[in-house]
Design a protein around this ligand. Structure first.
Ligand SMILES: *Cc1c(COP(=O)(O)O)cnc(C)c1O
Length: 252
């Protein structure tokens, strides 16, 4: 008797249905324009779910805490056969840079010059350690680490992101740092305000950045509840957690 890979795995069926729904939403919002990359944000969900998503064709996953992400990436390495790209999307302390560069190909949350410096040093040390045979090569042993500048779209609250007027300067620092690639911008829409105008602003910031750093074309915007607004305004990457994986388990 032959059985498909998802036979007897209700969770895989659940993920498959949710993924199909999210992909349909993205396609409808793109309305014939190029579709963004779907990053499944798997925080709080186990490595087994990452493996299930990979079997369903997901190639990009996102995490927001280094400790959880590092452990999961190690575990997933044994479960998944084939390419998988890890995106770090959460606030990042500089002292976690050395860990993040071991598994992540992208960091979406670069918001200050000191973090650029830390990530550049971390990639350099990682490459030295790989060359010395001390650690397994992560993705940035060969490719530069793609860094997005996180932009704060909330004029009242500058938490989580650089001010729009600082974006070009930070991206130029990234572009000038060995081991790093300036990829573009990322933002989270402010709470309690309509996301459309915020993503319009992000698009302006992105256009300004591309005039200064032409390769920095990525626009990471849109989550489960506002991906339509982001895709309609040219997001190249959407970060979808609960829409694909379901409500996050309560944690203490
Ligand atoms: C958790 C998270 C997401 C996904 O959020 P959902 O609302 O579950 O889709 C996207 N971006 C960042 C930065 C996150 O931390």
């Amino acid at each position: 008797m032959s059985a498909g890979p998802a036979a007897g795995d209700p969770r895989a069926d659940e993920l498959s249905r949710a993924l199909e729904h999210v992909r349909a939403r993205i396609a409808a919002a793109a309305a014939g324009r190029p579709e963004p990359v779907l990053i499944a944000v798997t925080k709080y969900f186990p490595a087994a779910d990452v493996a299930r998503l990979h079997r369903l064709g997901v190639r990009d996953v996102g995490e927001n805490r280094d400790q959880e992400a590092a452990a999961k990436a190690r575990e997933v390495g044994d479960l998944v056969d084939g390419p998988l790209t890890w995106h770090f999307v959460g606030q990042l302390q500089s002292n976690k840079a050395r860990s993040v560069v071991r598994y992540a190909s992208w960091v979406h949350s670069v918001d200050r010059p000191s973090l650029v410096t830390a990530l550049g040093k971390a990639v350099g040390r990682h490459r030295e350690a790989v060359a010395a045979g001390d650690v397994a090569p992560g993705p940035c042993a060969e490719d530069d680490l793609t860094c997005l500048v996180q932009v704060s779209l909330d004029a009242a609250e500058r938490r989580g992101g650089a001010a729009p007027e600082d974006v070009v300067r930070i991206a130029e620092q990234i572009a000038g740092t060995e081991g790093l690639r300036a990829g573009g911008v990322m933002a989270v829409a402010p709470l309690g305000a309509p996301p459309g105008p915020a993503f319009d602003r992000l698009r302006e910031v992105s256009e300004q950045l591309r005039r200064a750093v032409p390769g920095a074309t990525a626009v990471s915007a849109g989550m489960s509840h506002d991906l339509e607004e982001a895709v309609a305004r040219g997001a190249t990457h959407v970060r979808v957690g609960s829409g694909v994986l379901g409500p996050r388990p309560a944690v203490g």
